[in-house]
Design a protein around this ligand. Structure first.
Ligand SMILES: NCCCC[C@H](N)C(=O)NCC(=O)O
Length: 423
């Protein structure tokens, strides 16, 4: 990852313009990621895809990144944040085009693969871009805001069956064409960011310094970091495989919701995160407490899944709990990572977390799809989803255990008031 050697004035008009362009690009990036969930049922009805194939369309996004995240960091160092953002946004656009216009499953999967190759390196480049334009004090706010606008993209994808009823009534393809148009907007915003950055660089002569992935550094991470990594893998695997791939279909088949209502229910999680993620980040900074909030956020996920699978409380309460979890965990996880490892090892620490996280997300999508197919999960057989829910439930409990161990190891008040103490 690239860190700035000399920074542009954080909070200047140019910095906020860059932040706005990056946020717009991130909006499109998250929209396309979440565009599969709303068409999952249509893909089954109209193209005969199994749940394993639907799961693969999102798993294949994460799979290449188990290796490519490390190369992505190097690419950002070599090309710079703005050029890498533009390049990867272009790869994402081609991936979205291929997904929407492929005549068969293999072509669609190739499109999602290409999209995944672009999208995670794109996210690293945008983080590096924000870091270059915002010095110290406002960098967390700027990062929180770009993540929040990204969540708005996820929210929009889930609301798309309500907003674009005609497109969805016409079948699986028009919604994916809309996703492609949004990917093109993301590419245009990335091009504008690149152009602004190029002009700015000419004026201010910025020289980035590299913060590389160093394998040897892994030996120096304390126990608390490994608990955080465990939580990152387990929590993201469950929340993304459920909320971004199977939940809409699950709500349709087990709670009798139509597509628009199921998408709307799912979207509240993302909508809450738009506002609550920066707010929780602000609260934790103010209280100087992180690990207890992380443990709480990770506990809410298995409770919500249990309520969904085992009770008749309806969808509202579990959705609220998942919404809080989805806002709280990311708001705390990344700042906490920066406190658990020395600044010089932060790039390596995040790189490894994203490698393992992508492996986990990929595996969770594949396992969930396989469990659904094996049990014949469908509207006629809603009990067929029990295996998937048990799998997600167990993984999320394991995530909570990691959160608890992290709290006990390095998250007491005496630990958290001290800055960057490796446990
Ligand atoms: N856009 C969905 C996949 C995001 C994975 C990415 N590695 C990540 O962790 N982003 C931060 C987040 O909370 O979304």
């Amino acid at each position: 990852m690239t860190a700035p050697a000399s920074r542009l004035a954080g909070g200047s008009a140019i910095a906020w313009l860059v932040c706005a362009l990056i946020a717009l690009a991130q909006y499109g990036n998250f929209y396309v990621y979440d565009s599969i969930g709303p068409v999952a049922d249509l893909l089954q009805q109209q193209r005969g895809f199994s749940d394993s194939q639907v799961g693969l369309l999102n798993a294949i996004y994460s799979l290449p990144n188990v290796v490519l995240i490390l190369l992505g960091g190097v690419l950002v160092d070599r090309l710079g944040a703005a050029r890498t953002t533009l390049l990867t946004a272009g790869i994402c656009l081609v991936g979205a085009l291929l997904t929407a216009f492929s005549p068969n499953f293999t072509g669609m999967a190739a499109g999602r693969l290409l999209y995944g190759i672009g999208a995670e390196t794109f996210s690293i480049a945008t983080l590096a871009g924000v870091a270059q334009y915002f010095a110290g004090g406002t960098v967390a706010l700027a990062m929180g805001l770009t993540l929040a606008i990204g969540r708005l993209g996820s929210y929009s994808a889930d609301m798309s069956p309500t907003w674009f009823t005609t497109a969805y009534a016409s079948g699986w393809q028009p919604p994916l064409v809309i996703a492609t148009v949004i990917a093109a907007t993301s590419f245009a915003a990335s091009a504008l960011y690149w152009w602004t950055d190029r002009r700015q660089r000419g004026l201010l002569n910025i020289a980035p310094v590299a913060e590389r992935f160093v394998w040897r550094d892994l030996l120096h991470f304390g126990r608390a970091y490994w608990y955080l990594l465990g939580l990152c893998v387990l929590w993201y695997s469950v929340i993304l495989a459920f909320r971004s791939t199977f939940s809409i279909k699950y709500f349709q088949h087990t709670h009798g919701l139509d597509l628009a209502a199921a998408g709307e229910m799912n979207s509240y999680v993302f909508l809450a995160a738009v506002f609550a993620t920066p707010a929780f980040g602000w609260l934790c900074d103010r209280l100087q407490r992180y690990a207890p909030f992380l443990a709480l956020g990770s506990l809410l996920l298995p409770i919500a899944l249990g309520l969904l699978a085992l009770t008749h409380t309806g969808l509202i309460l579990p959705t609220v709990l998942i919404g809080i979890s989805y806002s709280l965990v990311p708001a705390v996880m990344w700042p906490l990572a920066s406190r658990l490892v020395p600044p010089a090892r932060f790039g390596t620490a995040i790189g490894l977390m994203w490698v393992a996280q992508n492996a986990g997300i990929s595996g969770a999508n594949l396992v969930a799809g396989w469990l659904n197919d094996r049990a014949g999960a469908s509207a006629a057989n809603p009990a067929g989803y029990d295996g998937m829910m048990l799998f997600f439930g167990m993984a999320s409990v394991a995530g909570f255990v990691c959160g608890l161990l992290l709290w006990l190891t390095a998250g007491r008040r005496r630990h958290e008031v001290v800055q960057a103490t490796p446990a």
